[in-house]
Write a protein that binds this ligand. Sequence first.
Ligand SMILES: Cc1cc2nc3c(=O)[nH]c(=O)nc-3n(C[C@H](O)[C@H](O)[C@H](O)COP(=O)(O)OP(=O)(O)OC[C@H]3O[C@@H](n4cnc5c(N)ncnc54)[C@H](O)[C@@H]3O)c2cc1C
Length: 407
Amino acid sequence: MVHSVIIVGGGFSGLVIMNKFIESGVDFLLFEKNDRLGKKILATGNGRGNISNKDLSLNHYHGSNPSFCEYAIKTYDNRHIARFFEKMGIILTEENGRLYPLSKQANAILDGLRLSDNGSVRFAKVTDVEYNDGIFTVVADGKEYFAKNVIMCVGGKSSPNFGTDGTAYNLVKKFGHKITPLYPSLVQLTAPKESIKGLKGIKENAKVTAYSNGVKLADVEGDLLFTDNGISGNTVFYLSAYLVNAKNPFVTVDYLYNVNEEVCKKSLASRRNAYPDLTAESFLSGLVHSRISYKTVSDLFGTDFLKVKYKEIDDDKIDKLIGLLKNTEIKITGNTGFANSQVTKGGIDVNQVNNTTMESKLQKGLYFCGEVLDVDGDCGGYNLQWAYSSAMCAYKSVIDRFLKNKD
Ligand SMILES: Cc1cc2nc3c(=O)[nH]c(=O)nc-3n(C[C@H](O)[C@H](O)[C@H](O)COP(=O)(O)OP(=O)(O)OC[C@H]3O[C@@H](n4cnc5c(N)ncnc54)[C@H](O)[C@@H]3O)c2cc1C
């Protein structure tokens, strides 16, 4: 039997298309190599399912050709995805610009996407895709299946524990598709030991700015977490999208971004005057975590200074301490790798793909959706939105062809 479509991958984009095909009566098969559909969806947004964002400006998307995603994101935007889920009885709600299901449970999204499962899902790994005489042959678990169209919804190389180990890129190389260099993104960053010494486990609210070769890339406010080998937290996940392939990357941290600098200086001067005999190690602990106070004082004036009395900290030193709290530089040495990253930067070269249909320019009937393409979004719902928008483009192209009986 020759099916109209075979979908490879039962993650977010694959399940969106599955729902649309069921609604339109297109006959299809979907192959998922895990023993369950949409395993990764359950982990998204810390289990709360952050599926889109109020602000879908294109500067939140990256890749070697960032304008590639413009048509898809604008045509199938956050209102479109909200209507899609509304039809399943899932209402979206906003928190700090991020869109979640009202229940704030990612399993609501997955359950919704599985509601219409019509028995067309096969739990098997696709190991080969070939094209001969107008028909695709898809090999899964050693058996051959046939279709007029194949949609690759196989994800990237990040978080292989969810089935996305990057091996699926090989399935399309034979069609001439190029894969741009792959990097883990939305990932913890590593830093030299001395720059984070003594800070493990501390979570501070800060403004963090990312630089490449001294040029500012982006900044963000939020939590910054110190780990045993680097930095993490919302700010770092966000900035990692800019830093993982940057040259000479570093970040600067402003711990006092939401406080007036002069007020801080005055407050430190009065602390000095009120407690002249206390020792310098705790001097900044009214502004930042005590361990950051300790480290800032010793980084600036040396460890001997930690035992110096408050009364010896003159105004010039106060200026310098505040200056460092507002601009602490941390060199970035790397990241914790694909195993710990949420998204893959790089993928199928989008110059070989039609940006309105997601169809290959090299092989008619072959489509790509979601993370497998060289498009990655910022932290905040941008990647699921991309998976949705690209899936809708592919769906529309296949259905147009189907309705026109072109194939
Ligand atoms: C922990 C975590 C949290 C995240 N949180 C968010 C968030 O809150 N918001 C957001 O926007 N994004 C988030 N993301 C990213 C987002 O989940 C992905 O970008 C998105 O799921 C990509 O969708 P996709 O359809 O392209 O691929 P995926 O959802 O990754 O699905 C690909 C599927 O293809 C299957 N597959 C692969 N190869 C084969 C094969 N050969 N045969 C059969 N099946 C195959 C895989 O098993 C997998 O199920 C998060 C990611 C992780 C890991």
